[in-house]
Design a binder for this molecule. Structure first.
Ligand code: HEC
Ligand code: HEC
Length: 487
């Protein structure tokens, strides 16, 4: 929270991971913040996401509204008072606990919105908002990447963007209300026959429509096409596209931009179910463990991996079996993920150009001048230590820097066993992960079992098979983690 007059920070609140949008309630009493990534939790339970509600007057957290079974909360729209002032928040419902081979049966990643009735009148800390989830997909075609959402001023209609389907859907709020009454909430969250009862139009937009606003007279909606430099203008009276406004972006589409458009397009997947960007939001990761195609279903669950800064970190995948990005993103994706013909040669080339150039985020834990804090300095010495606290020599193969050398993004690019495999893993040989910006990559280890950096050693390194850490004091481990966050 910043004081606009003086420009000084008054207070800092903890959101959850990747806070995405912020919205002030119409009465000015609440500030809502949506989060892209779910809570860190057990990898065999459905994810739970959080919509943070702040009390604007008392300047405290009023409620952490839990949205079960969902990830990637995006924009927040509040219904006009005459409709009861509920909130709509677009989301994704991933079925990551089931095997991904079910793509051909549908229903692996579904896309919809949370209908949140905020408990505005309860005392702070005692509020419990009511959350219902409704899908916007059809039974045989999906609308991936719901992102922007806006009500018309009279509250009769809602416009919601499907950023990965290049579509906006317009629906009737009276019909939505009827649907919410007719079907019990527990059932509604997974029903694919809802949208047809309240959606009145689906209109094509440009690439990656991520946000929408409605004009104050309620006649027009303006949709921002993020990867096109254009606006789609929707005529709300006639439910059609009125025009497209070119914002004057470059006319020559570089392979980099084409690749980004493809990365965020669900059209290559069977029934438009998802895009690369659905599981890799912000070209990063979704914080989930997935059961991808394996010979034995239910085994070899793998945590998602970031795509940032991965150009020189081959081989790919936790099992280190994919020698290069072309193999990882081409035929493999078409066969195992998209269940389609996938990308043609030119498209694959553009996609690879994009993936090869996704930058790392700036480091939040390192001072701009690169100077370490005292704790980071101490942690560095521990990372590079060659002796245990009692003076024993640490064998070369057990030193952090042997497997995680600084010169090559902190990975020696080979697979090793560090005792982290479980009985559900076919092999204990795992790719040594790069550690650039590792603080962003939770949950950790190949199966996402370690929820924090600490747990990699406090819970999963009981026998010193992953570096020698059992002699470390708690302070030393803390310092080492401070250093890891600077990478
Ligand atoms: C259903 C969710 C999902 C979708 C959709 C998805 N990925 Fe992934 N991706 C994952 C998971 C999980 C992993 C980790 C797999 C493993 O290591 O075995 C991964 C790993 C990767 C890696 C390897 C990164 C590394 O450092 O090893 C690349 C590259 C990648 N994905 C690119 C893509 C591209 C390109 C697309 C779209 C064509 C895509 N992904 C779509 C879930 C997904
Ligand atoms: C023998 C090689 C080896 C040594 C020594 C080693 N590591 Fe690792 N490291 C690995 C492998 C392999 C994995 C992946 C394990 C898994 O996913 O289950 C890993 C995983 C990690 C991760 C998790 C990254 C992620 O994205 O999940 C971190 C952090 C890490 N190591 C840091 C260290 C530190 C610090 C040390 C020294 C105390 C160390 N490693 C010693 C091979 C090694």
């Amino acid at each position: 929270m910043i004081d606009l007059a003086s420009g000084t920070e008054i207070k800092r609140f903890s959101t959850h991971r990747y806070p995405e949008q912020v919205a002030l309630s119409r009465d000015g009493r609440r500030v809502y913040v949506s989060n892209i990534l779910p809570h860190l939790g057990s990898y065999d339970q459905p994810p739970v996401s959080e919509l943070l509600a702040l009390d604007a007057t008392k300047q405290v957290v009023a409620e952490r509204i839990l949205i079960p079974g969902a990830i990637e909360l995006r924009h927040i729209a509040e219904a006009p008072a005459q409709l009861g002032g509920y909130l709509l928040v677009p989301l994704v419902r991933p079925k990551n606990l089931g095997p991904l081979i079910r793509v051909s049966q549908g229903w692996v990643l579904t896309h919809g919105m949370a209908v949140v009735r905020p408990a505005l009148h309860e005392p702070v800390g005692e509020a419990e908002s009511k959350v219902t989830e409704v899908l916007l997909d059809d039974i045989d075609y999906y609308f991936a990447g719901n992102d922007g959402v806006a009500f018309t001023p009279d509250g009769r209609r809602v416009i919601i963007t499907s950023a990965e389907a290049n579509v906006v859907s317009i629906f009737d709020t009276a019909k939505l209300a009827r649907r919410l009454q007719q079907v019990p909430a527990e059932e509604l969250a997974d029903r694919l026959d809802s949208a047809l009862t309240f959606v009145v139009a689906r209109l094509a937009t440009g690439h990656n429509p991520t946000a929408v606003v409605v004009s104050p007279d309620g006649l027009r909606a303006y949709v921002a096409n993020r990867l096109d430099d254009s606006l789609t203008v929707v005529d709300l009276a006639h439910l059609k596209v009125a025009s497209t406004i070119d914002l004057g972006g470059p006319k020559c589409i570089t392979p980099m931009r084409r690749g980004e458009q493809l990365f965020f397009s669900a059209k290559y997947c069977f029934q438009g179910q998802f895009a690369c960007g659905t599981c890799h939001p912000n070209s990063h990761l979704d914080g989930l463990a997935w059961n991808l195609e394996t010979p034995q279903l239910g085994r070899d669950r793998v945590a998602n991996r970031t795509l940032r800064g991965i150009r020189d970190t081959a081989p790919y995948k936790w099992n280190g079996r994919n020698p290069d990005l072309a193999t990882q993103c081409g035929p493999r994706i078409a066969k195992f993920l998209f269940r389609s013909e996938g990308f043609n040669t030119q498209e694959l080339e553009a996609l690879l150009t994009y993936i090869n150039n996704i930058p790392l985020a700036p480091n939040r834990h390192l001072a701009p001048d690169g100077q370490y804090t005292e704790a980071q300095e101490r942690g560095k010495a521990i990372f590079y230590r060659r002796h245990t606290n009692d003076g024993r020599v640490i064998p070369v193969q057990s030193r952090c820097e042997t497997c995680h050398p600084a010169e090559t993004h902190y990975t020696n690019r080979i697979s090793t066993e560090v005792g982290s495999a479980t009985k559900y893993d076919t092999s204990g040989l795992l790719d040594t992960p790069q550690l650039d910006r590792v603080y962003e990559d939770a949950p950790y280890l190949h199966n996402g079992e370690a929820l924090t950096l600490e747990e990699i050693w406090t819970v999963f390194n009981n026998y010193d098979t992953h570096g020698i850490t059992s002699d470390m004091s708690k302070e030393q481990l803390n310092d080492m983690i401070e250093f890891l966050k600077t990478l």
